[in-house]
Design a protein around this ligand. Structure first.
Ligand code: UD1
Length: 348
């Protein structure tokens, strides 16, 4: 059996690494890796392939950045060409980026079956490009891998139960596996000269970066916090943040690889983020999270008291950081750490 995996952006490399490792144990499946080139900086792409031992992509479309239409359009054209050449039995897609939706459209129009990892996530907020990508991809895919019961319910409500399977979350598998690697050799993955206590922040979502007032609010909150805040900065945020006055306790650093990120999450007092993936990674590693968005798709993390949704309200952010650390144990909502095995086993 031949599977073409379409990836392009940072969070997809993490999910694909875990699935590729399992596919590698199956002599009957050949995986062809198609990188759209959505992320292309060394530390947004190459570093992840090296660190996570992802096989070198068979194709890299080099699409790069652009408006949604330009980026997705270039991807559609490139993916179609490769799919026509490779004639796979399945196209495998991950998450909710423009690379995901481009893969879904290109493959389904060629009548190539499509499977979607991390299906059924919904914020019910159509302002987010990711929400559009999720809804479209799930609607036209042939096999949907739901990471949580909430995702199962969302897909059932959309009439997609027949093609949906509960698998658990591959990002939970990833954290379990790579945490082991980080803890075996902590010095290699530790950032030097870290303060004793610090907060770890990431900001990159268009809902925040495209609106100066949101950035201003987040910076105001940071100024009011009594901890140093470490911010590995996404290239789009880097371009924007230089227009603002940077609080003294905010330390901007270059984006870091996945393993150093896990090490930082483990050491941080709390995480402040607008990323979906980081909310879960914090939860899996037992670090409380403050989410700088109006809602989350990962509602389980909120129910357990490990995640507080503040949007970009400065006062709420400060209060959430001051909240005592939660005592409630985490639920097993994200599966048993074997999601990748379950997913690969579903390809027949
Ligand atoms: C994309 C995903 C988002 C995911 C995120 C992870 C979409 C719609 N969004 O957002 O869901 O959470 O990846 O990071 O697909 N840039 C560089 N170098 C790079 C990549 C990006 O400089 O290697 C800059 C460019 O200025 C670009 C901007 O970042 O215009 C945005 O990049 P893009 O890939 O369009 O979306 P992300 O914001 O990374």
């Amino acid at each position: 059996m031949k599977i073409v995996s379409v990836i392009g952006a940072r969070p997809q490399f993490v999910k694909a690494a875990t699935i590729s490792r399992v596919i590698g144990t199956r002599a009957d499946i050949r995986e062809v890796i198609l990188h759209t080139g959505q992320h292309y900086d060394e530390n947004m792409s190459k570093l992840f392939f090296e660190e996570l031992n992802i096989p070198e992509p068979d194709y890299n479309l080099g699409v790069g950045s652009g408006s949604h239409a330009v980026q997705t359009g270039k991807m559609l054209e490139g993916i179609e060409t490769i799919l026509l050449r490779e004639k796979p039995d399945w196209t495998l897609l991950f998450g909710d980026t423009n690379s995901t939706v481009a893969g879904a459209l290109a493959a389904t129009k060629l009548h190539i079956p499509v499977a979607h990892v991390e299906a059924g996530l919904r914020s019910f907020n159509r302002i987010m490009p990711e929400e559009i990508n999720r809804v479209v991809t799930d609607r036209i895919s042939d096999l949907l891998f739901a990471p949580t019961e909430t995702a199962m319910t969302n897909l059932r409500n959309e009439g997609l139960a027949d093609v949906t399977r509960f698998t658990g979350d591959v990002m939970y598998d990833s954290v379990l596996y790579y945490r082991g690697i980080v803890e075996q050799d902590p010095a290699t993955y530790a950032m030097r000269d870290l303060p004793e206590e610090f907060l770890l922040a990431t900001i990159h979502r268009a809902e925040n970066t495209d609106h100066p007032q949101q950035i201003e609010n987040i910076l105001k909150a940071i100024r009011g916090l009594h901890y140093p805040v470490l911010l590995p900065i996404h290239p789009r945020t880097k371009k924007i943040i230089s227009r603002f006055s940077i609080p003294e306790n905010l330390h901007l650093i270059e984006p870091v690889g996945y393993l150093m990120m896990l090490s930082l999450i483990l050491k941080a007092r709390k995480v402040l983020t607008d990323s979906g993936g980081l909310q879960k990674e914090a939860y899996f590693l037992g670090t409380p999270c403050v989410t700088l968005r109006t809602e989350t798709e990962w509602v389980e993390t909120v129910h357990d008291g490990w995640n507080t949704i503040t949007a970009t309200d400065s006062e709420k952010i400060i209060l959430a950081v001051q909240l005592p650390l939660p005592k409630v144990p985490q639920t097993k909502a994200f599966g048993n750490g074997k999601a990748a095995e379950i997913i690969v086993g579903l390809f027949t």
